[in-house]
Design a binder for this molecule. Sequence first.
Ligand SMILES: [Zn+2]
Length: 63
Amino acid sequence: MARKYVDCREVPGSTCSVALSADTEDELITAAIEHAKTCHGQQDTPEFRQQLRQMAKEGPPPG
Ligand SMILES: [Zn+2]
């Protein structure tokens, strides 16, 4: 399975430069939710998880 990542720099209004990557989308979403709750005060909702799935890209994180 291709590695996937989400890059916080792509979040509108975010000043965070963290990128998270994992081998599976489920792992990636879980890690991203934890990061978002801790660093962004974000709520863990089905809608937010859906947003993260749409943000997830295949390949190694840039930089
Ligand atoms: Zn972040």
